[in-house]
Every structure is written in structure tokens, then in C-alpha cells.
Design a protein around this ligand. Structure first.
Ligand SMILES: C[S@@+](CC[C@H](N)C(=O)[O-])C[C@H]1O[C@@H](n2cnc3c(N)ncnc32)[C@H](O)[C@@H]1O
Length: 371
């Protein structure tokens, strides 16, 4: 490599290490795209249930074209995800890998805290469809609207559903002492920015004496939430199309939820005030956000920081800015969240964590009883 002008201080080892990281990056990018395809086509699930099998056998079991499957397998073998036996020309997905990657296997218990990696890889690849529009926003400002994202929402819902199915009742609900008992007796609960409604579906099924209302600004999300509630035969849920910030509901709910939503909103301060207003005196909000600091320098050890900041650029930040919004970004962090909750009138806030969802902070924010 040609030495730059400041050669006296140029650390060749450091530069080479960085170059090696970039080589690794290219390999990981290739793997990420192929994992996404493996999830979407069902290839990962097929591999998980097959013994060592030829590419033709895998392709047949998946109902796919062998030539594509063979090239895909070659990528996964090169990346040490799939094992290859040259003598028999067979491929196998080790069970230790399958537990992280094979989402549709009912008999597979996810092996770790982050089993949605293949779905997320696919979702992330989908974000590239808006990359030209986001780049234009770097130049002219503004943002990319929700309507520009075609497959991203469905994929994120898949990943979130898999997560909530696994952790909501056994690990998240116990973070809020007393809620379970009140829900058993009968309570009014609202989910703000509910998306496709999985959280409320699960709660409504578990607590038939309580009533659950979901609010979201997106018509397709509300329609899907309603359809799934009907399919599940739920009679204690309702889903409403609304901008949380403009909601005029007062003193109705015992509990409010806002999962992975507040940072996306155009007007998060107004939304938190509207949520506070919607609660009965003494009511509380459980808000889930990515566990992060509001200070960049404190996030440098976060294992997913670069990925989350990138997701923020390509989605969270830009959807908010497209509405002239605050543009908090998904790494807005605990300090800012606590300040905003206090401003909205939540007197006491505790930050809760669960090992079942190690990348999240759960803010339990209570209204004072005089509110
Ligand atoms: C990242 S999704 C989270 C969905 C769900 N709560 C979850 O945890 O999977 C954020 C949701 O907030 C909704 N949203 C964004 N702005 C909103 C607003 N002003 N009022 C209501 N919902 C909004 C979006 O449509 C989207 O469904």
C-alpha cells in the first residue's frame, strides 16, 4: 500500500488490522444476506430438521432450485455456519447453530437471548430499498415516510412476535409487581404504538377479565392487529387508528404500554403527556426501549451499537424526521428517556432489566396518586 504523507506516525499494524476487519465485514455482509434468504425460503428450517444431506436433497425438501441452494450452501459453509463433508458431499446445520436460526421449528427452544438474527438480517437487507431516499435526506434534510418501507414492517413483526411469545408473560410481566393480580381481577390496559398487536393478543388471552386497547398511526398495522385478534377469537381487545400525540383520552387506563415505539414518534414529548393523561390516578406505564446511554461514549461497549445506530439512520430517525418530528433515533438513551418521562408527569420511574431481553430497558413509570 502507498504510504500516506504523514508516514512518520503511520501505524502499519493498526492499518493492517483495520483492513482485515473490512475483509471480515465483507464476509459477514455476504453471510447476513444469505441468512435472510435462508429464513425467507425456509432453507434454515429445512436444514435444521435434516440429517447430513446432499444439496439436491436439501433443495428437494425445501422445494427450491438445486443450483441456487448449492451456491447458498457454499456461502454458509465458507462462513462456518453449515458443516460440509466432502466425501459424501453432504451438508448439515449443527444443532448449536440451528437453535439460533431455525425459527419455525416448534420443537426448537431458542438457544440464546437473541434468536431472531436471521429474520433481522433479512429485515436489515430490506432497509436497503430506502437507502437512496435516506441518502437524499442527508443532503436536503427531512426523512423517509413509513409508506416507503414495503417488507420491513412484516419482518420486524415476525421477529417481535417470536420475542414476545417467548418472554412477555414469563419474563416481562414479572418486572411489574402487582400487574398480574390486577389483570386477573380486571383492568383497562392500552398499548401505544402497538404495531400488529401481539403484546395485547397475548395479554388478552391470558387475562380474559381485562380489556385491552391498541393505538397505532399505521392503518395496515391496525388492520392486521384486528384480524389476528378475530382469528384468535378474542373479545377483550380493540384496536384504534390514532396518533398517540393527539390522543384525547383522559383517566381511562390502569396500565399503559409503549414498546419500541416512543423513539419512532414524531412528537414523543406530546405522546408521553397524552399517555400520562390517559391513565387513571396512580396508573403506570411500562415503556420498553433499547438499553443505551444518551451519550455516545458510553455506548461503545454495547455489542450491537453500530448495528442499532445504522438501523436508526435507515429507519427510526428518518421516519420521525419525515413528519418534521423530533428524530430521537433508537439509541436516544436512558438519560433522555428519564428526563422526558419526568416532564410528562411521571413522578417515579424505575428502570428494569430482564436477562430474557438483555438489549432492552423497561421503564416502569408511575403517575403520582394526586395526578
Ligand atoms: C417499531 S414499531 C413497535 C411496534 C410494537 N409496539 C412492538 O414492540 O413490536 C413502532 C410503532 O409505532 C407506530 N407509530 C409511529 N408513530 C406513531 C404515532 N404518532 N402514533 C401512534 N403510533 C405510532 C408505528 O406505526 C409502529 O407500528
Amino acid at each position: 500500500m502507498q504510504q500516506p504523507q504523514f508516514a512518520a506516525t503511520f501505524d502499519a499494524d493498526r492499518s493492517e488490522q483495520f483492513g482485515n476487519r473490512l475483509v471480515d465485514l465483507l464476509n459477514q455482509m455476504g453471510l447476513a444476506l444469505m441468512l435472510g434468504i435462508g429464513h425467507e425460503t425456509g432453507l434454515l428450517d429445512v436444514l435444521a430438521r435434516l440429517p447430513p444431506t446432499s444439496s439436491a436433497g436439501i433443495a428437494q425438501a425445501a422445494g427450491l432450485h438445486e443450483r441456487y441452494v448449492r451456491e447458498w450452501l457454499a456461502c454458509l459453509v465458507s462462513a462456518a455456519v453449515v458443516e460440509y463433508a466432502p466425501a459424501s458431499q453432504t451438508f448439515a446445520l449443527p444443532v448449536e447453530h440451528a437453535v439460533w436460526l431455525a425459527h419455525s421449528q416448534p420443537d426448537f427452544t431458542p438457544g440464546g437471548a437473541f434468536p431472531g438474527a436471521a429474520i433481522l438480517a433479512e429485515a436489515f437487507a430490506c432497509l436497503m430499498e430506502v437507502q437512496p431516499q435516506v441518502m437524499a435526506c442527508f443532503r436536503r434534510g427531512g426523512g423517509v415516510p413509513y409508506s416507503a418501507y414495503s417488507r420491513f414492517h412484516a419482518l420486524m413483526a415476525q421477529e417481535r412476535n417470536a420475542l414476545f411469545d417467548r418472554i412477555l408473560l414469563p419474563s416481562v410481566l414479572p418486572l411489574v409487581p402487582g400487574w398480574g393480580k390486577t389483570l386477573e381481577r380486571g383492568a383497562q390496559v392500552a398499548d401505544f404504538g402497538c404495531g400488529r398487536g401481539r403484546v395485547l393478543h397475548l395479554l388478552a388471552q391470558a387475562y380474559p377479565h381485562s380489556h385491552f386497547t391498541g393505538y397505532d398511526i399505521s392503518p395496515p398495522e391496525i388492520a392486521q392487529a384486528q384480524t389476528e385478534a378475530e382469528q384468535m377469537g378474542l373479545v377483550n381487545t380493540r384496536f384504534r387508528l390514532a396518533d398517540v400525540a393527539g390522543l384525547d383520552v383522559a383517566g381511562v387506563y390502569d396500565y399503559a404500554l409503549a414498546f419500541d415505539a416512543i423513539h419512532d414518534l414524531a412528537q414523543p414529548e406530546q405522546a408521553l403527556r397524552a399517555i400520562a393523561r390517559s391513565l387513571k390516578p396512580g396508573g403506570s406505564l411500562l415503556m420498553q426501549e433499547f438499553a443505551a446511554s444518551s451519550r455516545l461514549e458510553e455506548n461503545l461497549d454495547h455489542p450491537l451499537a453500530a448495528w442499532l445506530y445504522a438501523q436508526s439512520v435507515l429507519y427510526c430517525l428518518t421516519v420521525s424526521l419525515s413528519q418534521g418530528g423530533a428524530g430521537l433515533g433508537c439509541m436516544w438513551g436512558k438519560e433522555r428517556a428519564l428526563a422526558m418521562l419526568a416532564q410528562a408527569g411521571f413522578g417515579a420511574v424505575e428502570v428494569k432489566r430482564t436477562t430474557a431481553d438483555p438489549y432492552s430497558d423497561y421503564f416502569l413509570a408511575r403517575l403520582s396518586t394526586e395526578a
